[in-house]
Ligand binder design. Structure first.
Ligand code: C2E
Ligand code: CA
Ligand code: CA
Length: 416
């Protein structure tokens, strides 16, 4: 199968311009000035569509809806003469319908960017063809591990759930501020199973109470071990909706910190906005008691829920975590950057610390630093690690810091 490129735009001049860019890279290019004709085609995953959003006969959103109904697997590039806000909404819509959007372009189209992107797609296809003919034994079967309730119950009983730790850095001092504990299932057959594969199952089946118990126990005992070697690392734990419906949670946590003689302010409980939407009164009761007992509260994935502002006002949060989608896009989209800046300002006005998560490169780090963000977390600093690697990472980093390297240097921050 070879890439075919379809240009769908009512404007003939734009079509011709696009054709001159595409043709040197892909041999098969077809122009459609009428979207209805285009929609009669059977498309495959190697096809590329350059779609204009503004067409008199049928607008781009209607075309997107039709493509989604056909489960179209082609790569879609959206083009619009409107502002980037309209383009972003169309992209979000197409992605949420399951379409494969590779890029968006505002008119006038940046022809260099388009040429680079098409060249990359062409190279990728060549590589796939090559590996298809020469490398058949490496083709992975696409078997997906879909755990059952029993699998998860066994995992809890057999102590296969463990915590990985991802550092959080104070952006001003560059010292370690804390770590987020992220759960992993070490499966004897399937290896490291990420939380996205089993947290929803745990929530559906009620096993989340036991899962969170494991998390809290391990996190607190790890915190104590760090405290005993004079490393007071603040540890953030993710809490699900059902956990804060259990009125026992504040007492359980208080008993544990007392038993281990741990300072409760070293424990941060991360809650998402959607967690807080259910049963507001109970959660307000529990969260206020948790604060009174000295635990810290963080609002996670901030900006993706629906009730952000009223929740911020009612619940005594100490920290705000900006959702990583905004952080990841801030260097290329001014709307995301504006949202990040507003979150930082809002949090500071409400006396909360701000964490940016999903910091993947130096450019994003620099932008966040300039905006006064307090704490950064992300692959640019380090990925989540098992505890022995985390300790090693921390030692190496301290050595570098004490060797006089005090400014942001890739050698300190960038660690995989
Ligand atoms: P989250 O709380 O938003 O956690 C952040 C996720 O972003 C983590 O994925 C982390 O590995 C990932 N991440 C960190 N830095 C970067 C980066 O620079 N780029 C990108 N692309 N990703 C980054 P992970 O560990 O797979 O966790 C996914 C979600 O599972 C978490 O999202 C959280 O909602 C849930 N989860 C994890 N551990 C627990 C737990 O112990 N209990 C509960 N209830 N949920 C948990
Ligand atoms: Ca989190
Ligand atoms: Ca998050």
């Amino acid at each position: 199968m070879h890439n075919r490129v379809f240009i769908v735009d009512d404007d003939r001049l734009t079509c011709n311009l696009l054709k001159t860019i595409v043709e040197p890279i892909f041999k098969q290019v077809e122009i459609f000035q009428h979207p209805l004709e285009f929609l009669t085609l059977a498309l495959n995953s190697e096809d590329i569509i350059l779609l204009d959003l503004m067409m008199p006969e049928m607008d781009g959103i209607e075309v997107i809806r039709h493509l989604a109904q056909q489960n179209c697997p082609a790569s879609l590039m959206l083009i619009s003469g409107y502002d980037s806000g309209v383009l972003h909404s169309a992209e979000t819509l197409a992605l949420s319908c399951g379409l494969n959007v590779t890029k968006t372009f505002t008119k006038p189209i940046n022809t260099n960017v388009l040429t680079d992107l098409l060249t990359t797609l062409s190279d990728e296809q060549t590589k796939r063809e090559f590996s298809g003919t020469h490398n058949d034994e490496f083709k992975q079967d696409t078997f997906e591990f879909i755990p059952t309730e029993k699998d998860l119950r066994d995992a809890i009983d057999n102590k296969q759930l463990v915590l990985y730790y991802q550092p959080q850095i104070n952006m001003e001092t560059q010292c370690i501020h804390g770590a987020e504990a992220l759960i992993r299932w070490l499966h004897p057959e399937f290896g490291i199973v990420p939380p996205d594969k089993f947290i929803a199952l745990a929530e559906r089946t009620g096993l989340i109470e036991q899962v969170t118990e494991v998390v809290i126990q391990s996190a607190i005992s790890q915190s104590v071990q760090w405290q005993n070697v004079d490393k007071a690392i603040r540890l953030s734990i993710n809490i699900s909706a059902q956990n804060i419906n259990s009125l026992k949670l504040p007492e359980q946590l208080k008993m544990l910190v007392k038993q281990y003689e741990l300072d409760p302010s070293l424990i941060v409980l991360e809650l998402t906005e959607s967690t807080l939407m259910d049963s507001e009164v109970t959660s307000l009761d529990i969260l206020t008691r948790l604060r009174l007992k000295g635990f810290q509260l963080s609002i996670d994935d901030f900006g993706t829920g629906y009730s952000s502002l009223s929740q911020l006002h009612k619940i005594p949060f100490t920290e705000l975590k900006i959702d990583q989608s905004f952080v990841a896009n801030m260097k290329k989209e001014h709307e995301s950057k504006a949202i990040v800046e507003t979150c930082i300002m809002l949090a500071h006005k409400l006396n909360m610390e701000v964490v940016a998560e999903g910091v993947e490169d130096k450019q994003t780090w620099d932008l966040l630093l300039a905006e006064g963000c307090d704490i950064a977390q992300g692959y640019y600093i380090a990925k989540p690690m098992p505890v022995n690697e985390f300790d090693k990472w921390q030692c190496e980093r301290e050595l570098l810091m004490h060797s006089g390297v005090s400014k942001v240097k890739d050698s300190i921050l960038h660690y995989y």
